[in-house]
Every structure is written in C-alpha cells, then in structure tokens.
Design a protein around this ligand. Structure first.
Ligand code: NAD
Length: 278
C-alpha cells in the first residue's frame, strides 16, 4: 500500500509560513495586494477564485476581484489589465481561465506584466522556465514539485512521465522535472503505446482530464503517482485522473483527489504573490 501524499497538510504548512512572512512585511509597512479577473459566469471558475480569496484572507494578502460580463470586448479586458499593471499597490494579477472564445487569452496573458504574472503564463515567464532561469512558474506544476520535495522524492535521473501537454499543466510540468534532471517523456492524445511508456515510469504525473484514466496495471511496482486531475462527477463529487483503488497497491507514493495537488496549487499561488512583492 502506497504512502498517501497529504497535499492538504503540506499546503497548510506552506500557507502558515507565508502568513508569518506577510505579517512581517506588514509590520514593515508593506501591504500585499492581489487582483483576480474573471470573465463570464463559469461555475468551476467561481469555486476556484473563492478558494484563492479564502487563502489570501488567511495569509493576510489584500484581494480584489474583477468579474467582467461575458460580452465584453478585448479592449476592455486589456484596459483593465493595463490599469492593474500600472498600480504600484498591486503585486500579482491573475486572469482566471477559461474566458469566452471571442477573446484572445494569449494576448491577455501577454499583457499581464511578467513581474506581476503570478500564474506564470506570460511567454516571458514560460521562456525563462525553459531556459532554467528564475521566473514565475505555473502554480500546479510548482505545487507538484513542492510536494515531491516535501516527501524527499528526488527526481534526478528518474524516468518521469507526464500525461497531458496543456500549457497550464503538462508543458510546465515537463520543464520543472527536466530542470531537476529527470529524464522526461510527455504523452498526449496522439501518443502510441501509452502503456509501454507508463510502465517504465518511476514518476507519473497524470493531467489528462479523464476520470480514473490511469489504472494500476498501467504503472510499475513502486512508481510515484501524482494525480493532477479534477473531474466533476454527476453526483457532485470530484475524482482524479488516476484510478486510486487499483493504483494505490502498486505505487510507492500516491496523491489523493481531493486533498492532493489541488490545495498545493492555491498554496503555490500565494507563494508566487509573496515572491512578486519582493
Ligand atoms: P487539457 O484538457 O488542457 O489537457 C489534457 C491533456 O490530456 C491534453 O494534452 C491531451 O492531449 C491529453 N490526453 C487526452 N486524452 C489522452 C489520452 N487518451 N492519452 C494520453 N493523453 C491524453 O487539461 P488540463 O488543463 O491540462 O487539465 C488536466 C486535468 O487537471 C483536468 O482534470 C483539470 O481539471 C485538472 N487541473 C487540476 C489543477 C489542480 O489544481 N489540481 C489545475 C489545473 C488543471
């Protein structure tokens, strides 16, 4: 039976340490402030931004929320981003995705100033991550790396397999593991013989968006299994991309859903905001 990696607990420790840091900054007269922009009325996004505002409140970061109508034009969104870019009292800006299709999300991410881009989606930060330079790293992969570190799982020289190549999870995950000297394979919907690849992995990160996609018989004995997936089931519960029941008996370490990577993502966002304030 695998060791279950308690993301809730690690995230709570990260938040406590950040709270201390933010309190000290406050005593020195520095107030941290974070702005979130949401366009439209996506129910999952509403939950995500609520979690972010709760974490800010806990840590002592001032929080501003901008909910824009789904019919807005691109200029309105860009004007708001520029306004927040120019405000010295705002340290971090986040645009909650998805946004309506008629808007250009790439242009919006490009417009968020790299030094306020706490989600790490501006191409400057993406490029720096590829070059192995200090930058803002996307919060979910950053959370996975922190979790591995907390459990003393050294990735150097390991065969790491990332399933999923999205810009927000899969690709930055690949870079983070590579930067720590893992040998990384990235798989996606067009990958052939996935099983042959996953069976060789010492570390597997599943970011597919399909419930219980990775089964126990797809992993090797003793593998570290990280489940990024958040799939909402009809009964309202959430479930990961890993079939926890069959995987837990073969894995050496495994993250649960909920309570694994999810809380780490929010904690790392808070960490990025504190970093941005410096
Ligand atoms: P996405 O839909 O953008 O990407 C999914 C990826 O899976 C794609 O690259 C696709 O090629 C790949 N894929 C699909 N079918 C496959 C198959 N049969 N074999 C191999 N690869 C396949 O999703 P995303 O935004 O990267 O999110 C992935 C999951 O992670 C979702 O469940 C999402 O909700 C969750 N998520 C969780 C957090 C968190 O904080 N824990 C953050 C972001 C996303």
């Amino acid at each position: 039976m695998a060791i279950i990696m308690d993301g809730k607990d690690v995230a709570s420790k990260v938040r406590s340490a950040l709270k201390e840091e933010v309190t000290k900054l406050k005593q020195d007269g520095k107030i941290l402030r974070f702005a979130v922009i949401m366009v439209g009325d996506n129910s999952a996004s509403k939950i995500y931004i609520k979690n972010k505002s709760k974490a800010c409140q806990e840590i002592g970061i001032e929080y501003e929320e901008y909910i824009l109508d789904s019919n807005i034009e691109m200029k309105e969104l860009l004007d708001l981003i520029e306004k927040l870019n120019n405000r010295e009292d705002i340290h971090g800006i986040l645009l909650q995705s998805p946004i309506p299709k008629h808007l250009d999300i790439d242009e919006a991410f490009r417009t968020i100033r790299p030094e306020k881009d706490v989600d790490g989606f501006n191409p400057v930060n993406v490029g720096k991550l590829c070059l192995g330079q200090d930058c803002f790293v996307a919060c979910t992969p950053l959370g996975v790396m922190k979790l591995l570190e907390e459990y003393n799982i050294d990735v150097e020289g390991k065969n790491a397999v990332v399933i999923g190549r999205s810009n927000i999870v899969g690709k930055p995950m690949l870079q983070c593991l590579l930067n720590k000297n893992a040998t990384v394979t990235i798989c996606h919907s067009k990958t052939k013989n996935l099983l042959d690849i996953t069976k060789e992995a010492d570390i597997i990160v599943a970011a597919v968006g399909k419930e219980k996609f990775l089964k126990g018989d797809m992993i090797k004995e003793g593998a570290v299994v990280i489940d990024v997936g958040i799939n909402r089931l009809e009964d309202g519960t959430i479930c990961g991309d890993v079939d926890f029941e069959s995987a837990k008996d073969k894995a050496s370490y495994i993250t649960p859903v909920p309570g694994g990577v999810g809380p780490m993502t929010v904690a790392m966002l808070m960490s990025n905001i504190v970093k941005a304030s410096k």
